[in-house]
Design a protein around this ligand. Structure first.
Ligand SMILES: [Zn+2]
Length: 263
C-alpha cells in the first residue's frame, strides 16, 4: 500500500446514474413530462414553488432508496490512502457520504438536496423524514403534497416551508441553472488548490460542460500531475487528460484505484 499523494477527484451525474439516480439529460430525466433543466431554475420556483418542491421531494425519495455503487466505494477507499484528498462533486445526493467519505474531504459544489435554505436571508435547515411525511415544521418542507382537488391553491399556500427567521419562502438548498456557485464552497476548492499541486486528478462521470470544472482539473494537474478522465464519452477535459478510460465509473474506478493503491 502506498500513499497516493495529493489527489483531486471531480465527480458528476454519471457516478450517481449508476445507482439509479436520473440525470438531467435525456428522456430519463423528465418528470411529469417536464424538462428538469427548466424546473431547476429560479424562474420555475418563482412561478410555481409547490411544483418545484414536489419534484425535489420525489428526487430525495429516489436518493434514499438508492445505494452507493462501486465508484463511490472506490473513492472513499482512495481518500483513506491519499495524503490529502479533496472530492469536488456536482452531485447533490448523499451517496459519497454514505459510502464513507468524510464531509471535510468533500465539496458539494452544486449544493445538498437534503438542505433547504431561505429564498431571502441566509437561514438554512435540514429536511428530515418527519417533514417529508407531512408534519408541519416552519424550518423545512412541510409536506408539499400532490394536488388533491379544488382546494389545491389553499394547500399550496399553507403547506410550503417558510423561513423560521424571516418567514420568506424556503427553497431547496441546491444551485440552480443561472445561479452563482456558493462562495464558501468555491473558497474551499481554491484553498485546496492554493496549498500545492496535485499528484493525481481524476475526473469521473461529468460532461465537464462548466468552465470551472475544467479550470480546477487543469490547475490541479498543471505541475506534472496525472489527469485521468473516466467517462464513456468525450468531454472538453478529454483533450487534456494524460489517461482516458472510456468506461462507466462503477466499472473503471475500482480497478483504477486498486492500481493506484497497490502498484
Ligand atoms: Zn429567511
Amino acid at each position: 500500500m502506498t500513499d497516493a499523494g495529493r489527489v483531486l477527484v471531480i465527480t458528476g451525474a454519471g457516478v450517481s446514474a449508476e445507482s439509479g439516480i436520473p440525470t438531467f439529460r435525456g428522456e430519463d430525466g423528465y418528470w411529469r413530462n417536464l424538462d428538469p433543466a427548466k424546473l431547476a431554475t429560479p424562474e420555475a420556483f418563482a412561478r410555481d414553488p409547490k411544483l418545484v418542491w414536489e419534484w425535489y421531494r420525489e428526487r430525495r425519495q429516489c436518493i434514499r432508496n438508492a445505494q452507493p455503487n462501486a465508484a463511490h466505494a472506490a473513492i472513499a477507499k482512495l481518500a483513506q490512502r491519499a495524503g490529502d484528498l479533496l472530492l469536488v462533486t456536482q452531485n447533490v445526493d448523499d451517496l459519497h457520504a454514505r459510502a464513507g467519505l468524510p464531509k471535510e474531504k468533500m465539496v458539494q459544489i452544486h449544493g445538498d438536496i437534503f438542505l433547504s435554505r431561505c429564498s431571502r436571508c441566509d437561514w438554512r435547515a435540514e429536511l428530515c423524514d418527519a417533514e417529508e411525511r407531512g408534519t408541519r415544521n416552519n424550518s423545512g418542507l412541510a409536506g408539499a403534497r400532490p394536488s388533491t382537488g379544488p382546494n389545491e391553491h389553499e394547500i399550496q399556500q399553507t403547506d410550503l416551508p417558510y423561513c423560521a427567521r424571516c418567514h420568506a419562502l424556503m427553497r431547496p438548498g441546491v444551485v440552480w441553472f443561472g445561479e452563482q456557485l456558493p462562495w464558501d464552497e468555491v473558497r474551499r476548492v481554491e484553498d485546496y488548490l492554493g496549498r500545492g499541486a496535485c499528484d493525481l486528478v481524476i475526473v469521473a462521470g461529468t460532461t465537464a460542460t462548466f468552465g470551472y470544472i475544467i479550470d480546477w482539473a487543469l490547475r490541479a494537474s498543471t505541475d506534472g500531475g496525472q489527469l485521468i478522465e473516466v467517462n464513456p464519452d468525450e468531454t472538453p477535459v478529454s483533450t487534456f487528460a494524460t489517461q482516458r478510460i472510456h468506461e462507466p465509473a462503477a466499472i473503471a474506478l475500482p480497478r483504477l484505484i486498486d492500481q493506484i493503491c497497490n502498484p
